[in-house]
Design a protein around this ligand. Structure first.
Ligand SMILES: NC(=O)c1ccc[n+]([C@@H]2O[C@H](COP(=O)([O-])OP(=O)(O)OC[C@H]3O[C@@H](n4cnc5c(N)ncnc54)[C@H](OP(=O)(O)O)[C@@H]3O)[C@@H](O)[C@H]2O)c1
Length: 229
């Protein structure tokens, strides 16, 4: 997504934990797009620093037009069922951390009276499944948070878009076998930015997931609990 935005001429600020990796990505983006790219710190697990991280980005860029929230932690569902620390990590990264930084971004953009927020949720948040209900519940919470944030910021001319990807071929799914409709990140990024251009509120990528999840949500709980998905 950073590359797609940079190719459109937007200056990009990459924030994350691994500064070496970010610096490598930034050089690559700069070479391929010619757009200015900065890097900075962001740790979802340090909500006490979220205002500081955001201010660092604002100072570097001068002005922030939009924010893409693309961090997440899938974790290990089996381990999380036995080890509260793993469950906490999943909840903190995917819900607490997301809500905290999005509120900082929301307050800034609301004051600007313009801008956009794109936040990556997941189809996993649409229905609790036994195979990943801890991650799924954090994504579901974030999706509801985003619904409210969208209504709040609409009044200030700020657009909030929720993205619900199915499985995507990234580090998160590396080594997993048999993932249905596995999408490539570049196709996903283009679909997200096209949806942002159209100011869509909620976008499923690839789009068939909207239908798949509608069907899955419609299965009565009495039947659903007998499945092992
Ligand atoms: N890949 C999929 O199949 C899929 C499907 C549906 C939704 N999603 C969502 O799409 C988004 C992008 O995921 P991805 O596929 O790119 O996953 P990924 O390859 O695992 O990348 C996740 C990124 O999140 C960062 N991160 C994790 N915990 C963090 C924390 N506490 N603070 C700051 N950064 C943190 C990681 O940084 P480090 O390198 O520092 O760990 C990494 O850069 C996530 O929100 C994910 O939940 C992915």
């Amino acid at each position: 997504m950073a590359l797609e935005l940079a190719k459109r001429g937007h200056p990009v600020y990459l924030a994350g934990r691994d500064q070496e990796e970010l610096a490598r990505t930034a050089s690559d983006l700069q070479l391929r797009s010619g757009a200015p790219v900065w890097v900075g710190e962001f740790d979802a697990g340090r909500p006490d620093l979220h205002s500081v991280y955001f201010e660092e980005a604002r100072v570097a860029c001068g002005k922030i037009e939009g924010v893409v929230l693309a961090f997440g932690y899938l974790g290990d569902q089996g381990r999380a069922e036995q080890e509260p620390d793993e469950a906490r990590r999943i909840m903190e990264a995917n819900y607490n951390g997301a809500v905290s930084i999005l509120l900082v971004a929301a307050n800034y953009l609301e004051a600007e009276g313009a801008g956009w927020i794109v936040a990556l949720g997941s189809v996993s948040g649409d229905r609790g499944r036994q195979s990943n209900y801890i991650y799924g519940s954090a994504k579901a919470g974030t999706a509801v948070f985003l619904q409210g944030l969208r209504s709040r910021l609409f009044k200030s001319g700020v657009h909030v878009m929720t993205v619900k990807p199915g499985p995507v071929d990234t580090g998160m799914t590396f080594g997993m076998e048999g993932l249905p409709l596995l999408a490539q990140p570049d196709a996903v990024s283009r679909a997200i930015l096209n949806a942002l251009d159209k100011r869509q509120d909620v976008v499923y990528v690839p789009w068939p997931w909207r239908l798949i999840m509608a069907v899955l949500r419609a299965v009565p709980e009495k039947l659903f609990k007998r499945t092992s998905i």
